[in-house]
Design a protein. Structure first.
Length: 351
């Protein structure tokens, strides 16, 4: 077989951030019977559900450390490497930081897939790391039953510019920098039902770096930030609102969707992780949008791979945020999708 004849998604039971363990199960795994040890310089650790760990270096700078890996979401090896790498690097941008170094995490079924194909995955990873301006400086590999790839990434941020997902304030506007629906479209692709046009749109978004996060870190009025990945927009929004003790009010017609996402969903195509996500947190959501719950959860609980940044910013910072987004090629995402309020009967209300 030629390398192009191998369809990577046929060798894994899941793909992309849809591989993530459901939020309710993760709570059990991460539960600590004893209080965590106190490390004075650890600014962000397991005490919050943030995107990365952050360690104060003692000079006004902090080290951001993160890792992310998953099974193939597309069939092409180079594209898989690009997507997994952009997704992993995103956690640094989501903390307002600048990535500086990456190392690779590779699991490969050497009895099923040629080593040359793994080399193509690394080729894609090196391309994205070069785009981010960082070296792919090493890594570790194992023989595994399914193909797995990702990165461990380090970044730097001025402590004053560090952004977390639980520090939003009442009145903050909510911005989302990418369309949702990657789980739906990637599932359609795995089932050989995705049109070439929709695949092109999906791939374009999946390999896009969230570079705007580094610039947004410099904006004092950006109070909180996270990236939208495997728990879907609703899951990460609930983490943001819950962490700050706030209530989110979201306009459904303001949420950007990938072209074709609603069509494929209405055809019954969605990843299994969507229902697991919804079962974990939809009881915290009030749906006043007029849309059926099944459609709402199908879209908003859809697991995203390398999704956009979810930004909570003060109203007076609106223009500065919009200027940064526009300068970053995100002019289609400059309008808020909702806002955060001090109180509410539910954690999120959809209107």
């Amino acid at each position: 077989m030629n390398l192009s004849d191998y369809a990577l998604t046929a060798y894994s039971h899941g793909g992309g951030c849809g591989c993530k363990i459901a939020p309710s199960v993760l709570d059990t795994i991460l539960h600590q019977a004893k209080p965590a040890e106190n490390f004075e310089n650890l600014l962000v650790g397991n005490q919050s559900r943030d995107d990365a760990a952050v360690y104060h270096l003692g000079n006004g700078q902090a080290l951001i450390s993160t890792t992310d890996f998953f099974m193939p979401i597309v069939d092409d090896a180079v594209d898989f490497g690009k997507i997994a790498s952009a997704n992993a690097i995103s956690d640094v941008y989501a903390m307002g930081g600048k990535p500086v170094l990456a190392i690779a995490i590779l699991g490969w079924p050497i009895d099923k897939l040629p080593a040359e194909l793994a080399n193509k995955v690394l080729e894609g990873a090196r391309a994205i790391c070069a785009e981010a301006g960082i070296p792919l400086a090493g890594g570790h590999s194992i023989d595994s039953p399914e193909p797995i790839f990702g990165l461990a990434v380090n970044g730097l941020v001025a402590v004053a510019n560090l952004k977390q997902n639980n520090t939003a304030k009442p009145g903050d506007l909510l911005f989302l920098t990418k369309s949702i629906g990657t789980g739906i479209l990637s599932t359609a692709q795995k089932r050989k039902k995705l049109s070439p046009l929709h695949y092109a749109g999906l791939l374009n978004q999946l390999i896009q770096l969230n570079k705007a996060g580094a610039a947004l870190g410099n904006v004092e009025g950006v109070h909180a930030m996270t990236d939208v990945t495997g728990f879907g927009l609703l899951g990460h929004l609930i983490e943001m609102a819950e962490g700050a003790g706030l209530h989110a009010r979201i306009r459904m017609n303001a949420i950007p969707l990938l072209e074709g996402a609603r069509f494929y969903l209405e055809e019954g195509i969605q990843p299994g992780a969507t229902k697991r996500n919804a079962a974990s947190y939809f009881h915290k959501v009030q749906n006043e949008s007029g849309l059926q719950d099944a459609l709402v959860t199908g879209l908003l609980a859809d697991p995203q791979t390398n999704g956009g940044l979810l930004i909570a910013a003060a109203p007076e910072a609106r223009e500065e945020v919009q200027e940064i987004l526009s300068a970053s090629g995100l002019a289609n995402y400059i309008e808020p999708i909702g806002e955060l309020q001090a109180s509410g009967s539910y954690r999120v209300t959809l209107i």
